[in-house]
Design a protein around this ligand. Sequence first.
Ligand code: G3H
Ligand code: 13P
Ligand code: ZN
Length: 324
Amino acid sequence: MGISYKELGLVNTREMFKKAMEGKYAIPAYNFNNLEQLQAIIQACVETRSPVILQVSKGARQYANATMLRYMAMGAVEYAKELGYEIPIALHLDHGDSFELCKACVDNGFSSVMIDGSHLPFEENIEITRKVVEYAHQFDVTVEGELGVLAGIEEDVKAEKSHYTNPDEVEEFVERTGVDSLAISIGTSHGAYKFKVKPGEQVPPLRFDILEEIERRLPGFPIVLHGASSVIPEYVELINKYGGNLEGAVGVPEDQLRKAATSAVCKINIDSDGRLAFTAKVREFLWNNPKEFDPRKYLKPAREELVKMYKHKNINVLGSANKA
Ligand code: G3H
Ligand code: 13P
Ligand code: ZN
């Protein structure tokens, strides 16, 4: 017998997306792997009164251990209450790459899963996605599918070049799979090197024309944007100043994400910005305090910076503040 997310106090994404669509904002989907990231996400979302999707990749699950994760998610729900305000919290598998992994997550307390068949031929993508939906829906777990390929690294899948989502395929995919939301490719990519630009040059705008065409084909259907970190220059500069080397790291400008959040995009995935903020503050602290070796000392400022960064995203980029 598996453990239902309902027993952990979590919710699926259905209601979240319905409200986000009506209210023209996007739900933050923040990745976490460890305690400090999770604490920061919860604190920021409680303080801004924002619903949140806690996102775990296959690699994160291997790193943190599936059982630990389940209890961490349960702890997160209780922690939010303790901080004084109950917010809707979903636990989501990011980039699930097999039916077995998705099933294991459904059986172990996840309220939502992504099956990423975007690299597969269309029919195979439909087949695996439908299989996951059939299983997950029995337990009221919501499912995200993907059409179109993002450049960069998605787990073990490395794509050199992106392929924009073909709007001609979206209706058939959604109809035949029964997915609850659809991730699309409109010019974002994973990681900290999203665009190759010369100094002073603007990054190419996202393909809002493709997004609009998809919205036209799927009225009122929740769309997901992956690879949505802005690669905040302040953090890249700090990392480079204190011994790192992230030359040429560039992300999606926040005003473009703000615009996307007012559309059918109901979920915006942010991982790299958290990694950068955290690393910047750890590097700065250790550089300035070479004798310090208590992890609490260098993790605390990193965690505080994360809280600040997530609050900024909720308030100024996603528009999810005060929507819980
Ligand atoms: O989309 C990928 C996420 O940023 C997760 O990355 O596989 O290194 O945990 P990860
Ligand atoms: P970033 O690398 O832009 O943060 O994207 C994260 C993501 O899409 C997780 O699925
Ligand atoms: Zn992703």
